[in-house]
Design a protein around this ligand. Structure first.
Ligand code: ATP
Ligand code: MG
Length: 719
């Protein structure tokens, strides 16, 4: 069946059909940018472009999966063939193919932030900076940013040498040693994935030409958040065919702290002089009042391409701004409001609570739990970050790549096998002195001085175990291999024995069972596409998981997440919380104008996620790090020109019993009655619903606004 382009408006169609080379779709939120990419790919396939020669880059794995699913819907049998990946997953796929050229082991390990921190700390200790290891996280991010800018350790050293401040030189020394350690461990961190890929393409002409020829079309979503490495990669890959289509919104660039450079999108037309630019202005997501609020906020940014969204939608509820006395009341109010929405017939999965910082989730969790409403926090402690799960995966990493010293150090004595801290220190000392990996040192433990005889035996047993598991893993599926690891390493038996004395051990066993289930589920899913998942493929998938990937939007629960994570998503009802100076915008008065503009873009992202209902809340006081602060309402509330309501205190706050709720002064209304609202002016009641606490009136205001209000909370009066 031919692809139905009627589902696109004329501008979207021109984006989906354009055949003349470089194409930029620069458009505001909810205008169908992602939809254009999907349809464009489907059209290309329909026109005969082989699906496997199309590369589509998305911002999250989830978005990549969704893109494949949509393409499959439009072109049966083709969805799985398209290279739809995040930049990182794409990099891994190519690097695995050409690992030898970069002198990487086939099963190179991908280090996450906590592995990075461990390695940086080690490097700092070796450089005599042990008194500064509390700054390890800072150095991790300095190194990561350098990699985003394609500065390897040598280039960084040259750059640092010109610096007057010694801090940069210290960073350079740490970077150099850290990088050496990564190389010894056969590991790459996230920044390396892109850096090494760029290096591969730069230094190996054959490889570069191959991919430049191979990918006939290249499409990038959320282009406004690409960093320098991603920019170079995109430009390099598109150099031959020049069929590059990037879509994005400069108003939604919110990752500069992670190295993203808004200039990439703003200067696309300079990079590709003949680029066609498509702008989309019709928003299909939100009601006019929500769009109005978004526009009023974002127009205060100076560095942006001016655009204004419109919608065919009419009516809709007004955006509500509510001031609460503190964060506990804020959470209670939001939860009560959600309960009312549910009473009104909405499902929980239609509601989302966004906040600026992760720490804010706690009060919402407590309130939701008290109300018995199911919820899910996206991006909280990940399943794969649990100790026992990390242990199991560390075994798996060592089995595939024994050089991975961070993982080997982790499992050395788990379950306890008599290789103590002192022995480990001696082994590490020997390794460092002789330029060996920990694994090499294990293999020649007879040369390491001062180890006890029993320790030597334990080391031999462990090396034998790893070798045995390594050959077993070749033939097993990922789930089979992990089950074997847990069995043969004695981990199951040890945890099972622990249950006698440690009540938490049962939970840990359950988590391991859950891990096995997860691996099996993944295997089943991929098997449908005809692929076999071995341990290597599985580890890769886990390492590349992002905060959003575990999230299933069809679950019947309230979704909680930071505004950053909400990019690209949409919900019928959105609660944008903690809108206070100092919190959102964060830093407020101490921020640079650029930082403030980024905060404003973040507010814009939050507002534009809402389809029908938007609530913005502000707590007059908030407890942060044990101190209570009084905060002014966020400038974004003022900019949106919405009036602030104070909600009456709830019956209950947690911990202490709060004053009883203000006696409800409930006025009854009748259909047709004239009413007056302090912000919306005069209007007429159209409809009545609910009763008591949740009695509602639907009012047609004279200015055209159609709004449903809760009688108890709305500052409404009979006219
Ligand atoms: P964001 O800026 O948030 O990434 P976007 O520009 O990528 O948004 P989409 O997510 O593609 O926008 O689309 C927003 C919503 O509008 C989706 O629900 C989508 O299905 C719908 N939509 C897009 N185009 C059309 C159209 N032509 N007709 C009907 N609905 C559309
Ligand atoms: Mg999008």
């Amino acid at each position: 069946m031919p692809i139905d382009l009627e589902k696109l408006n004329p501008e979207q169609q021109s984006g989906a059909l354009y055949e003349g080379g470089p194409l930029l779709v620069l458009a505001g939120a909810g205008t169908g940018k992602t939809r254009v990419i999907t349809y464009r790919i489907a059209r290309l396939i329909e026109a005969g472009v082989p699906a496997e020669r199309i590369l589509a880059v998305t911002f999250t794995n989830k978005a990549a999966e969704e893109m494949r699913r949509r393409i499959e819907e439009l072109c049966t049998g083709k969805g799985a063939l398209v290279w739809a990946h995040t930049f990182h997953a794409f990099a891994v796929r190519v690097l695995r193919r050409h690992h030898e050229l970069l002198k990487l082991p086939k099963h190179f390990t991908i280090y996450d932030q906590s592995d990075q921190k461990k390695l940086v700390t080690e490097a700092m200790k070796e450089l005599g900076l042990e008194d500064q290891t509390n700054k390890a996280a800072m150095y991790v991010s300095i190194i990561s940013r350098a990699k985003d800018d394609l500065l390897d350790a040598q280039s960084y050293a040259i750059y640092a040498a010109t610096a007057v401040d010694s801090a940069r030189q210290t960073a350079s020394r740490i970077y150099t040693l850290y990088q050496k350690k990564l190389e010894n461990a056969g590991a790459l961190d996230f920044g390396d994935l892109l850096l090494k890929l760029c290096l591969l393409l730069k230094e190996h002409e054959q490889v570069r030409t191959y991919y430049q020829e191979y990918f006939l079309h290249l499409l990038v979503d959320e282009y406004q958040d690409t960093n320098h490495a991603q920019y170079i990669l995109t430009k390099t890959l598109a150099a031959k065919h020049r069929n590059i289509c990037v879509v994005g919104d400069d108003d939604q660039s919110v990752y500069s702290w992670r190295g993203a450079n808004i200039r990439n999108i703003l200067e696309f037309e300079r990079d590709f002089k003949d680029a066609k630019v498509v702008t989309l202005e019709q928003n299909y997501r939100s009601t006019p009042l929500i769009l109005e609020a978004a526009h009023k906020v974002i127009r205060n940014n100076k560095s942006r391409k001016v655009k204004k969204l419109w919608t065919e939608k009419t009516g809709g509820d007004s955006v509500q701004v509510v001031e609460l006395p503190n964060e506990a009341e804020e959470a209670s109010w939001v939860v009560r409001r959600i309960a009312i929405l549910v009473e009104d017939g909405r499902s929980l999965k239609e509601t989302a609570i966004f906040y600026r910082t992760n720490a804010q989730s706690r009060s919402f969790e407590e309130a939701l739990r008290r109300a018995g409403l199911p919820y899910r926090i996206v991006g909280a402690v990940r399943f794969y970050d649990r100790k026992e799960v990390k242990d199991a995966l560390a075994y798996a990493r060592v089995i595939l790549n024994p050089a991975d010293s961070v993982s080997l150090g982790r499992i050395l004595n788990i379950p306890p096998r008599g290789i103590g801290k002192t022995s480990l220190e001696r082994l590490e000392l020997y390794a460092a002195a002789n330029g060996l990996t920990l694994w090499d040192t294990f293999c020649r433990q007879d040369q390491v001085p001062q180890l006890t005889a029993s320790c030597r035996k334990h080391i031999d047993d462990l090396t034998a175990l790893i070798r045995k598991l390594n050959s077993a893993a070749v033939e097993l599926s990922a789930a089979g291999a992990i089950a074997r690891i847990l069995e043969d390493s004695g981990y199951w038996a040890w945890l099972t024995a622990e249950t006698e004395t440690d009540p938490e051990a049962v939970g840990r066993l359950n988590n391991l069972q859950e891990l096995l289930n997860a691996v099996k589920e993944y295997e089943e899913k991929i098997k449908l596409a005809g692929e076999f998942i071995d341990l290597g493929r599985y580890l890769e998938q886990v390492s590349l998981q992002s905060d959003l990937d575990a999230y299933d939007p069809t679950q019947p629960c309230v979704t909680l997440m930071t505004v950053h994570l909400a990019k690209g998503l949409e919900y019928p009802a959105v609660f944008l919380t903690g809108l206070e100076e100092g919190l959102f915008p964060i830093g407020a008065n101490n921020s640079s104008p650029e930082d403030l503009e980024e905060e404003r873009r973040l507010a814009y992202v939050g507002i534009t996620r809402a389809k029908e209902l938007l609530y913005m809340t502000h707590a007059a006081t908030r407890r942060t790090f044990g101190q209570v602060y009084a905060n002014l309402p966020s400038r974004f509330i003022l900019e949106a020109q919405l009036s602030l309501h104070s909600a009456p205190p709830s019956k209950q706050t947690f911990g202490v019993s709060a004053p009883a709720a203000r006696p409800a002064h409930v006025v009854s209304y009748r259909v047709g009655q004239r009413v007056r609202h302090p912000s919306f002016g005069a209007g007429r009641v159209l409809e009545l619903s609910g009763s008591g606490e949740t009695a509602k009136v639907k009012v047609q205001f004279d200015d055209g606004r159609l709004t449903k209000l809760i009688v108890r909370y709305a500052p409404l009066e009979p006219a």
